[in-house]
Design a protein around this ligand. Sequence first.
Ligand code: B3K
Ligand code: ZN
Length: 837
Amino acid sequence: MSNLAPQPIYRKDYKPSNYLIHTTDLSFDLRDDETLVSSKIHFYKNPKYQAGDNSLFLDGIDLELISLVIDGERVDYELSDKGMQLRHLKDEFVLEIVNRIHPELNTSLNGLYQSSGNFCTQCEAHGFRQITYYLDRPDVLSVFTTHITADKRKYPVLLSNGNLLTASSGQATWHDPTSKPCYLFALVAGDFAVLEDNYTTLSGREVALKIYVEAHNISKTQFAMDSLKRSFAWDESRFNLEYDLDIYMIVAVDDFNMGAMENKGLNIFNSTYVLAEPKTATDKDFINVEAVIGHEYFHNWTGNRVTCKDWFQLSLKEGLTVFRDQEFTSDLHSRSIKRIEDVNALRTFQFAEDAGPMQHPVRPESYIEMNNFYTLTIYEKGAEVIRMIHSFLGETGFQKGMKLYFERHDGDAVTIDDFVSSMSDANEFDFSQFMTWYSQPGTPTVSIKTNYDEISQRFHVEVEQNKGHDYFLPLNYALLDDQGHALKEGMLTIKQHKESFVFEQIKSKPTPSWLRGFCAPIHLLTDLTFEQKIFLVGHDSDAYVVWDSAQQIWLSLILTPNKAHEQLFFNALEKLIQTTPDKSLVSEVLTLPSERFLHQQVAMIDVFDINQKREQMAHKVLRRFEALLLETYNSLNNNQAYQLTSSAVGGRSLKNTCLYYLSKDKDSGLALTQFEQANCMTDQIAAFNALITNNSAHKDQAIASFYQTFKQDVQVMDKFFAAQSSSITSDIGCIKSLMQHELFSFNTPNRLRSVVGGFTQNYINFHHQAGYEFFTDIILKLNQSNPQIGARLVSVYNHWKRFTPELKQLQKQQLERIMQSDDLSNDIFEIVQAALK
Ligand code: B3K
Ligand code: ZN
């Protein structure tokens, strides 16, 4: 590493730009071996910021400047590896630049690059500066006109934001009438097929809807189109928000660092979140496609029309938009299952992030590489914070707040405070104490102690927060009688470090149900007994509490086996399987906590011990329930025509949970039969996983047949690779041969994530010296080709200090090895230095 360590950027250093931009005219000449970018930018002095001299720094990275004039005249400038300094400028002027870039060589997948031979862009957060010199910051908005020239045979489709002004062969000009920051700029040029439809908004605007994909994928786009129309309709009915342009385009590309990007009027998607048909996509894939299509669409208001003043406010758009997409999925599918899945992901991944070296507040104070802050904390914890605001205000109050937010800020770049003030002012609700949720990192712990006094018929509750904390939070509860009926239910408002509540006229000792719906992102410690938790599993009407109580029981039985408790719990499970109509819920309850989650619950991570203990529990479930699991499996294995209804999804989910257990001990033949006869990917991949993970005699046959059937399908092949690389039956030799496979591609993030990301989840084979060394070599290669993906992957070492001494030492050595390497990218440097601290 060089001596000059990268320096953080601080939120406190924010200054408005001294210049703003009226219009940005861009012209792209796309060629095989270079692209010429010409820009004509009309600058004017920021009327709100007249201080300072008339100089301007324009961001620019990896650009070759060809020419520059201001108002038609040559001027002096200084170039550095970060951009261009201009001085002695007029208050208003037009800058014209021509520069050269090389999208054909761009493997970072930021800025302008190629995917499957087509051109596309990714500009958030700082990609535009890899296209041309510009004020690459979200609070400088302008009107863009984009002219594209390209070889018409190779690139018949030429797209950019807004409306098409003119098009002739090999040329197109687009004009976006809405002012936007450059991170929302997009350009696409390529050979695509298109699925077209239209939507009429509430106020009667006719919007043309277009989904562009590579021609061979066109048959897999109908679900995405239907999801898009559902997104338009849902945002109108639930949020009273309409779309504002005459065209909405989605382009799917195979090479993409993230899920998708909400560029104004021209979303660019990782093809995984567009393409779906039952034969190749699982139920979860379908629901994810719909959620991501919704998420990007919802950004049009929460993100695009009202954007962020600086990148520290990222959760302003992301937390809010995740909350909106969660509600979208909940309104369209099973609300309770969506909540359980989201909470499970939050507690498994975000809680770990919040307890690790990269912990940061929902509004961070500094960053080295902004791309490292597209985190679970910004997105998922950010959404939980919005959910708490929603809990305090209720749906009507929340919508009043949203209305005021748009009245005040439509067209602006604003802060999280502006959002919360709108919520506060519209409802006369004081959120000042609530702001700790945005400023304080870490997951709060809340303890509850109760006492029932039979004589006075009072139920006393004491709620205490950790270490002097006084988070402001909602606490949903119910007090249940011995039939599970709620004697009292509601929301307690917690504001102080320690609070007491008394419930009067409680005729017998109740079982409390706490944190219903997981109404706050906290660790909750209660004084519930084992028996009470079992009671909640069998009786609570709140699905989250049912699931969470079962999770707590699984956890204790896996980590500290107890025969008597196990019997009690298994009896309750038996009843649950036999009587609960919601198959998805039964499936969730029957699913053991993941290894990843278990790792968080122990003082020191012994990967092998945890793997073994969890496997032992799976075998105990099988021994106790074999007959019932088989009966349930058979009753659900009906091969009905594929439907995505909650009941059909629940049926498949429970069936495949049964299959998981039934395939544990022996080759029952069930998995092979299901694999051969499956009519949808949900069943196919579940059977494939069962065959691979349990070293079935049919494993090789399954691999060969799966490959033959699906080798043309990129999304299915990602599953094929991930299933193998994450299986404990695949050692490092297998991973190396997967990387030699003809379909492996190092520069395609989805494929790399499926093989290398999968390997890091292969707890038996990843965690030893050779596994770590092999992985670190990959990180060092990514440091050159795609540091953003490298930084994501290297985070697996973040928890090294919590492992058993030998593994801890080995991981530390790898982190040091990375730190010592030359030319470390900011992305990887930031993660590794935080881990080593
Ligand atoms: N806003 C984009 C993410 C951009 C990622 C930058 N590294 C997708 C989304 O959240 O909708
Ligand atoms: Zn988003």
